[in-house]
Each structure stands twice: as C-alpha cells, then as structure tokens.
Design a protein around this ligand. Structure first.
Ligand code: F6P
Length: 363
C-alpha cells in the first residue's frame, strides 16, 4: 500500500470576471497550505499562465499574500475569454489547447488545482477534472447564480454598491421630479437587482425571471405621479426583457466567451419618456459593481472558502466545490455544482416582500 503524500504542491487560479473577495481566498489558500508544509503557486490569468513561456506562475508565500484580504480584484489576474478549449492563437486561429494545459500542469508536478471561479470557469475546471486534473472549486461571482451554494462571495459587495447608487439617485430624482432608470449586472439572474432594488426602495424592479410589461411599469409611475410622488426610481437587470421580447446584447458573440448583455436600461428609459411624458434619465452602473473593497461578509466568506478548499484536499477530496450551507461549508460534486443555474424563484420571500411593499415587478 502506498503511503499518503504529505508534502503537496498545489496551484490556484482565478477565472472569469473578477469579484471582490478573490484576494481573500488566495490568501486563505496560501496560509492554510503553507501551514501544512505545502507549496502553493498561483497561475496567472486563468489558465494562460501555464501556456506562457516564462513568468506565468507566482510562488505564493505568506509574505506574498500579506495585506491583500481587503483589496478588490485579484493579484493573479483573470480572463473571461479565450477558454483553453476554444483558444484564439496570436495567428487568429481557434484551437483546443486543453491538452497542453494539462501537460504543463503535470510537468509542474501539481497535486491539485484550486480553481476560483463562477459558472463558466468552474465548467472549465470540471472539464479538466474529467481529463485527469485533480481540481477543487471555489464559488465566486457577483451574480450569485450558482445553485449548490447558498451564496457566492462578491455578491454582497455588488449589492451594497448597487444599493448605495440607488440611494444616491433618490435625491437627484426628487429634486428634478424625474424618473431615474439604473441598469445593473447579474447576467441571467436577477439577484443583484432584486436585493438592491428592494433595499434601496426602488419603485420598479425588473429582473430576467419576470418578463415585464411596459404598461404595468408606466402605470406604477403615473400612480406615483397622482399621489404626489413626482419622481420614480426604476432598477433593471441587464438580462431583463419585455414579455415576448428578447434579452438585449452588445456586439456579436465571440468564440470562447459569453455574449455581453446590455442596453435594456436605456430602452426602458425611452419607453417611459414616450409613454408618460415624464423626463427620464438612465445610467448603467456597470463594472463599479465588481470593483472596490469586499464587504466584511465577502472577506470572511472568501477566507472560509479558501481554507475549506485546503481542508477538503487534505481529507482526500477532489472533483468537488466548496459551498456555503450555514452554519458550515460543505463539499458538493463539481459536476452537480455546474449543472444548474440558480435563478430567483418566483415564490421566494424576497419576491413576496417586494409585492407586499407595493414594488412593481413589471407583471
Ligand atoms: O459575471 C459577472 C459579470 O459582471 C456579469 O454580471 C456581467 O454580465 C459580465 O460579468 C460582464 O463581463 P465583462 O467584464 O466582460 O464586461
């Protein structure tokens, strides 16, 4: 019988859109692993570091990760395009370089990859796992759209930023008696928009899960007008769409990356102005939602997830994702974790809360 290996060499990478809390996870993985006498290397820019001739890896030591817990972004860099399975070469050719990535991973004698990512990056990690790379996933995304975990880190910070923006729009909307429309991120899920819209006391909240009617939206705005409100705040998820319509996208879909969503906020703004005669302004909050310092909640969750990933490996698990299941962090099969998107359930209490508060959900 072979003896269990005790000195492990592990890799960690960050993939997909950045999210506040990534650096907290990197620090947690590094400290928990080095405490066990293991070696930790960061792969720069998703998997690209493994394809680079030189300087693609960062040796992560306690001193290297000192003072980064509260910093937004990722010290490793990240990419949400050019998946190794659909890789665009400098010559402009689309090719599958996943076997090269796996070969390099093995040449470096890594025992496991801790892959910090959202839906897209964890799907890639799962494909590598099936090809023979030991992988542990850590769920990251401001969109909160991963089914197997109660919450992903990054989400709380994004909601806090969005709520803050909605709060600030109130005074200018009221002063000018205008309708202010703000478009928020979240991809196909309405979590950021719903949570920040209700907390920021928006009058209309439009999410992808509930196709909306412009008549209902304008009815709500005119009802506020009649009751002396004079101004309204409308929050729209980038993936929201009118009943019978399509999600709005920006540009053409590129190979190896998700299509970009956007434009619905401005469309809703024009429609409201046309139908009600009210003066309207729109804003896209955009990447501000991904930036800045993580909230205390996201820092702690990142630290909990990072150390849990190291414990999972020590216990002999791979092919899993760590997931929050209060009061603990559990392990779920990676395959299961990436199999379903977590959308807002229409009967959840937050939706009921919105309805009982008189918020218009566009239906
Ligand atoms: O998945 C995170 C996210 O911020 C989405 O909410 C948004 O649709 C997308 O990434 C934006 O990606 P990019 O950084 O490529 O504009």
């Amino acid at each position: 019988m072979g003896r269990k290996k005790t000195h492990l060499k592990i890799a960690v990478n960050t993939g997909g859109g950045d999210a506040p809390g990534l650096n907290a996870v990197i620090r947690a993985v590094t400290l928990a692993a080095t405490q066990r006498g293991w070696d930790v290397y960061g792969i720069k820019k998703g998997y690209n570091g493994l394809l680079m001739e030189e300087d693609g890896l960062m040796h992560l030591t306690p001193s290297k990760v000192r003072g980064i817990t509260h910093l937004g972004g990722t010290i490793l860099g990240t990419v949400n395009k050019n998946s190794p399975f659909e890789y665009l070469t400098p010559e402009g050719q689309l090719t599958d370089v996943s076997d090269v990535v796996l070969k390099k991973f093995k040449e470096h004698n890594f025992d496991c990859l801790i892959a910090i990512g959202g839906d897209g990056s964890l799907k890639l990690a799962n494909r590598f796992y099936k090809m023979g790379m030991p992988v542990i996933g850590v769920p990251k995304t401001i969109d909160n759209d991963l089914e197997s975990t109660i919450i992903t880190f990054g989400f709380d910070t994004a909601v806090t930023t969005a709520t803050d923006a909605i709060d600030k729009l109130h005074s200018t909307a009221e002063s000018h008696s205008r309708v202010m429309v703000v478009e928020l991120m979240g991809r196909y899920a309405g979590w950021i928009t719903l949570n920040s819209g209700i907390s920021g006391t928006a009058d209309v909240v439009l999410i992808p899960e509930i196709p909306f009617s412009m008549e209902k939206v304008c009815e709500k705005i005119m009802e506020r007008e009649r009751s002396g409100g004079g101004f309204s705040i409308v929050v729209v998820a980038e993936g929201a769409k009118p009943a019978g319509g399509e999600m709005m996208t920006i540009g053409e879909k590129e190979a190896g990356r998700e299509v970009r969503l956007g434009g619905i906020g401005e469309w809703v703004t024009q429609e409201i102005q046309k139908r009600t005669g009210k003066e309207c302004r729109s804003l896209v909050l955009g990447h501000l939602q991904r930036g800045g310092q993580p909230t205390t909640f996201d820092r702690l969750l990142g630290l909990r997830f990072g150390t849990a990933a190291v414990r999972a490996l020590e216990e002999g698990h791979t092919g899993i994702m760590v997931a929050l299941d209060p009061p603990t962090v559990k392990y779920v099969p990676l395959e299961e974790a990436v199999s379903k998107m977590k959308l807002v359930p229409l009967n959840c209490d937050t939706i009921l809360t919105a309805r009982d508060l008189g918020v218009c959900l566009g239906d």
